[in-house]
Design a binder for this molecule. Structure first.
Ligand code: RRO
Length: 313
């Protein structure tokens, strides 16, 4: 029997796959569909202190090799997702879920963390430090000082299992600096990577950008992101304390893509563009494709190959 079971800290999941925040997780109905799917767990859309309508449409477009989005953090507000999570954990005490939260500025993270800390939430909290799409708000984790300030403030008061969602990094010195910073905090996990911000796509028929916000700039996901996601997961696995788990996100279209992220060290794998385009059936298809690869290689569990990427001597 092949098992796709995995673990983050003390939390156990039957399947290594889950949604990426932002995809199929805005409403309770969508979250319920994820919970009823083969996915190992789910994460909510990033909640802000107050609900937000997000950017003007069109703000998402599927592309030949992925997607571009400038959603602008549309969400129903932290209270909505907290209410959902509290009701969910009563009904499903054995199925821990993730709640994603995002601030408009450093102070928001304190507000969000305090509210979750004071609640009965028993799952994992993902602090999104990498939204590329709010006009005038840089991606936090590209600024080491602000990241440090936010993490100091969060962990002064937050004692529940937590992780951070990171943007893609490109230079090896960036990995060194960010990993050294993250290693100082009691993180259960990091999630790498958010979409590649910012890209630009043009409709050749009209010479026009394919999305409206920000003059057409937006986060790129899907196959375009795969090599960057692999490099980020691998680079952080080589630098982070072993107790910090890694959620690998970016560029998954096939079971081989899932396998590759795990080979680079991912403990959990999230589906973004592929889930948006294919819907809930993506979980069963990718699980089957991953199991088939593992069977061919004689592997029965993820530990048989996790992090075991070969390099050329
Ligand atoms: O809502 C968004 O525009 C968005 C967010 Br918060 C994020 O973290 N990543 C992304 O690609 N889009």
């Amino acid at each position: 029997m092949t098992s796709l079971a995995t673990q983050i800290g003390d939390f156990h999941f039957k399947n290594v796959l889950m949604n990426a925040s932002g995809v199929h997780c805005m409403t309770a109905a969508e979250l319920d569909e994820l919970a009823a799917s083969p996915a190992g767990t789910l994460v909510t859309k990033s909640g802000t202190p107050n609900a937000r309508p997000g950017n003007p449409e069109p703000r998402y477009q599927a592309l030949t090799m992925g997607s571009i989005n400038s959603m602008g953090l549309p969400n129903k507000g932290l209270d909505y997702y907290l209410d959902y999570a509290l009701a969910f954990q009563v009904k499903h005490p054995q199925q821990p879920i993730f709640m994603s939260v995002a601030g408009m500025g450093p102070d928001d993270y304190v507000t969000l963390a305090q509210k979750i800390q004071d609640s009965d939430f028993t799952g994992l909290t993902e602090f999104n430090l990498s939204c590329p799409n709010v006009p005038g708000k840089p991606q936090i984790a590209y600024d080491l000082e602000t990241t440090e300030q936010i993490l100091d403030n969060i962990f002064r008061l937050f004692k529940k299992p937590a992780g951070v969602k990171l943007p893609p990094f490109f230079d090896l010195a960036q990995f060194d600096q960010m990993a050294a910073l993250l290693n100082r905090y009691p993180l259960q996990f990091i999630n790498s990577i958010n979409s590649l911000g910012n890209g630009l796509m043009i409709d050749p028929a009209t010479d026009t950008t394919v999305i409206r916000p920000k003059g057409g700039f937006g986060g790129i996901g899907g196959a375009y992101a795969k090599p960057i996601a692999l490099a980020n997961v691998r680079a952080f696995r080589q630098r982070l304390r072993a107790e910090i788990a890694i959620i690998g996100t970016g560029g998954v279209n096939t079971g081989r893509d899932v396998y590759d992220l795990i080979l680079c060290g991912a403990d959990m794998v999230q589906l973004g563009t592929v889930l948006q385009e294919e819907g809930i059936p993506a979980f069963a298809r990718l699980s089957q494709e991953l199991e088939a690869i593992m069977a061919t290689k004689g592997y029965t569990q993820l530990a048989d190959f996790k992090g075991q990427l070969h390099t050329i001597a």
